[in-house]
Design a protein around this ligand. Structure first.
Ligand code: SAM
Length: 243
């Protein structure tokens, strides 16, 4: 009996999310997140994507590469259950699973073919992603609504998307920086707002007073913010990181 197999990485994700903290917990929650998938090796071939542009959404099958070394446990605590209740790893979408494989449904904005030094490069431009920069991709499949969407499905603790309960404001300094970055990163304030509305803090932090100043990395930016009440976040500063 076969007990292991080798898979090839067919692409790499280019994402504004440079660290795990603050990545939305599922795709589609932050619709303004824009990234891409660069195809690699023999899959970097315009024939492989012929016809794909006629689909509005794709499944991205990928490896949780940044956490795979941490292994897994049979029981996990989903944030949607407040981080207190344990359920089986296979009853969750946790990153910690027997095989570190994830699947995300994202919007396919365009299929881009560019030519560099006589070689074609195939890039899939996507939005609504929940993927870390550099995520290795194992497969791409078109989303087929008649089969992939089931309106009768029962989904336990995750029946509905989480309702954002957080309001987000920006300091005058953050507003000025965002204004100066408008050309490079259009809609950055909408992007930051959508991320923070989801409250990226660990579930156990969400019910009590929290005076911590948090930082998150998006693109080459370091964004600092803090809670001003149980349901309000103020973005203190947006700074360009020196690489
Ligand atoms: N939609 C996928 C699924 O259901 O398989 C992923 C769900 S998982 C809960 C989403 C989280 O995975 C994100 O919030 C982020 O923290 C984490 N993540 C994204 N890309 C990752 C990567 N390459 N390695 C490790 N963790 C990653």
């Amino acid at each position: 009996m076969l007990d292991n197999i080798t898979l090839n990485i067919i692409g790499t994700v280019l994402s504004p999310y440079k660290e795990k903290f603050a990545i939305p917990r599922q795709p589609g929650l932050v619709t303004s997140a824009k990234g891409s998938i660069r195809l690699l090796g023999e899959v970097n071939n315009i024939d492989v994507v012929r016809g794909l542009e006629s689909f509005s959404h794709i499944w991205v099958i990928f490896v949780f590469h940044a956490t795979q070394h941490q292994g897994w446990n049979p029981l996990v605590r989903p944030p949607r259950l407040g981080g207190n209740k344990k359920i089986g790893a296979l009853a969750t979408r946790s990153t910690f699973r027997p095989n570190p494989i994830g699947m995300s449904l994202v919007k396919l904005d365009s299929v881009e073919i560019s030519k560099q030094q006589n070689t074609n490069h195939v890039t899939l431009n996507i939005s609504g992603l929940d993927l870390l920069d550099g995520t290795p991709v194992l497969d791409i499949k078109p989303y087929i609504p008649y089969s992939d969407a089931n309106t009768d499905a029962i989904a336990s603790y995750a029946q509905h998307s989480p309702t954002p309960t957080i309001s987000v404001t920006f300091s005058e300094q953050a507003k000025l920086t965002l204004h100066s970055l408008e050309k490079t990163y259009p809609e950055l304030s909408i992007f930051i707002t959508q991320i923070l509305e989801q409250d990226p803090r660990p579930a156990y932090k969400q019910q009590s007073k929290d005076e911590k100043v948090y930082g998150m990395s998006l693109y080459n930016l370091n964004i600092k913010w803090r809670m001003t009440s149980l349901t309000a976040i103020n973005v203190i500063s947006v700074e360009i990181q020196n690489s």
